[in-house]
Design a protein around this ligand. Sequence first.
Ligand code: FAD
Length: 396
Amino acid sequence: MEDSVPPLSLNFDDTKKAFSHKSDAELRKTYRLFRLMRHSGLVNIGSAIGNAVIGLDIGLVNRIIKSTIFEQFCGGESLLDCQATIDHLYKYHTQTILDYGLEGKSSEEDIEHIKDEVIKAIDLAASNASVPVVSIKISGLADNATLEAVQLNQQTPRQEEQYQKLLNRLHEICERASELKVGVFVDAEESWIQNTIDDLVMTLMLRYNHKSCIVFNTFQMYRHDRLEFLKQSHQNAQENGIFLGAKLVRGAYMEKERDRAEEGGYLSPIHITKKEVDHDFDEALRYCVEHIADISMCCASHNIASNQLLAQLVEEHSIERSNPHINFCQLYGMSDYISFNLAQEGYNVAKYVPYGPIKEVVPYLIRRAKENTSVTGEMGRELTYLTKELARRQLG
Ligand SMILES: Cc1cc2nc3c(=O)[nH]c(=O)nc-3n(C[C@H](O)[C@H](O)[C@H](O)COP(=O)(O)OP(=O)(O)OC[C@H]3O[C@@H](n4cnc5c(N)ncnc54)[C@H](O)[C@@H]3O)c2cc1C
């Protein structure tokens, strides 16, 4: 840290700012939901019910899900539904990243539908200053077996054809995004399909990132090879005269990755300790800030220390807080104490807002509920801050 720059006095404890977007009734409702989710037994039962009813149109269950966990973590069932959420967030200086939440689809019809929805989201983003980016998952635009076969270079002629179709879909999406100057975040996924994703994203960046940063790859810093990969991607971008789009995350598939590595008898790509992950994440933040002229970055994290570090680095390097290459992002319904406090201080902040028919977003909701059963660490903070704000408003 440079001596001349005083530590930034960012206060994530300011629950008044953090929850000013919530009425008393909404605050109470959110508090009750987070309290319920703390009980892993309840979450497990809820998840089992959720899994069992996916695809069944059970009115009562749908209504319960909709008025509780869906309302907390999703923007709506359709793009049109999301407009109210988008406008509400924007009133509090926070932008929206639209994320069409369909998962695990493999039929041609479903995949085409997802692509069409992404293009509709780009069109909506183009007419809303409050929506700078849409997010996509490559596994939503092709079947997993194809992505895995391409990575192993063992694809059948039919899979080669599927891969070509995937590439065409991605060009269709990015062409529109480039024309309308909307960003596209490509999510990172499991390591056995990630090389395929990385190659595709680099191909897209080489085509669309010449004048500005349209396409972003995601770097999972829980992998021990990703800091180096971030630097290599940057070098590649520099050699080709393009911007590198870098969304930094810790990574969401740790257990799955470790289980598969153990079963397959290979070294897990995941760091052994959380400390190493935190180290690499923070190094990645530093690297991106040091090369901010040609890297457009997003710190996609709920970790207070990492968000604080990025804010501090921005001050140290005398970068404008609103520089379009510096972005913070959290999931809708979570870590409002980070998002809204940063937004009020003038940093670029966005919420990832998933949307889609309730039965299709159940797997996403189950992941959010499970993540929030933890009473320690970052997730445990949610309830602490909600409790604090209830007390401040004398609602406790
Ligand atoms: C806006 C946004 C977009 C996201 N997009 C993606 C995406 O595209 N792909 C993706 O994979 N994830 C994505 N995530 C999820 C992300 O990877 C993390 O799982 C989640 O955000 C928790 O990490 P954290 O930095 O917020 O907080 P923290 O609570 O500080 O970190 C928790 C994370 O640390 C890691 N970790 C925990 N314990 C250990 C351990 N013992 N050893 C090694 N590592 C450990 C895991 O990655 C775990 O998820 C996204 C998250 C956000 C907020």
